[in-house]
Design a protein around this ligand. Sequence first.
Ligand SMILES: CC(C)(COP(=O)(O)OP(=O)(O)OC[C@H]1O[C@@H](n2cnc3c(N)ncnc32)[C@H](O)[C@@H]1OP(=O)(O)O)[C@@H](O)C(=O)NCCC(=O)NCCS
Length: 181
Amino acid sequence: MTIQTKDNKKVFLKRLQPCDFDKLTEFLQHLQPETTRRFGPHGFDKQTITELFENDGAHIGYIALDAETLEVIAYSIIKIGFLEHDASRLCTYGLTLDAKTDCTFAPSVADKWQSLGVGNSLFQFALYDLKAHSIKKVILWGGVQCCNTRAVNYYLKNGFKIMGQFQYNGENFDMVLDIEG
Ligand SMILES: CC(C)(COP(=O)(O)OP(=O)(O)OC[C@H]1O[C@@H](n2cnc3c(N)ncnc32)[C@H](O)[C@@H]1OP(=O)(O)O)[C@@H](O)C(=O)NCCC(=O)NCCS
């Protein structure tokens, strides 16, 4: 799928495939500290990426590519189900967790491409795909720092609701999107 950014650049959106692993590794390794302080669901080396996406079938990646250079400029990871170590906290909000119809989500956009609409478009692209896989609920991967205003706005804009707050390196929100709601 092709989209246009707010500053009129052409971007391709696609599901991550093995042929993209090198480009994705490069993208992750060039993220600025400002972004890696907020996004770190897994290691940024090629071996980790290969293990996550090639071997266990429980993860789906989505990427955005600059149509001019074909470099990866945004990436989102989806884990089917929920994170075991977050489960008890999530249940305190009255959520019923389901390993088959829940998924857990973490997004990142390259620093110079942020706030241009790429994050929104990549999430909507992923959502369309996830609905086709009978996913009913999207949970944030480890929540979001309350002070990360851009990300909190981004989740609210995409229909996520704040379920509760917890402390881990500062204050964080747990946010969930109910796809059926
Ligand atoms: C959070 C992130 C994924 C959002 O993607 P993005 O491409 O920058 O966001 P978009 O341009 O698609 O904007 C989506 C919404 O986010 C909000 N937003 C975007 N930029 C913003 C800014 N500078 N200030 C406040 N809100 C902002 C707005 O609500 C916007 O909707 P609008 O364009 O209709 O106003 C991206 O900025 C990012 O990777 N940040 C660093 C890593 C991170 O924080 N990841 C999340 C960890 S929980």
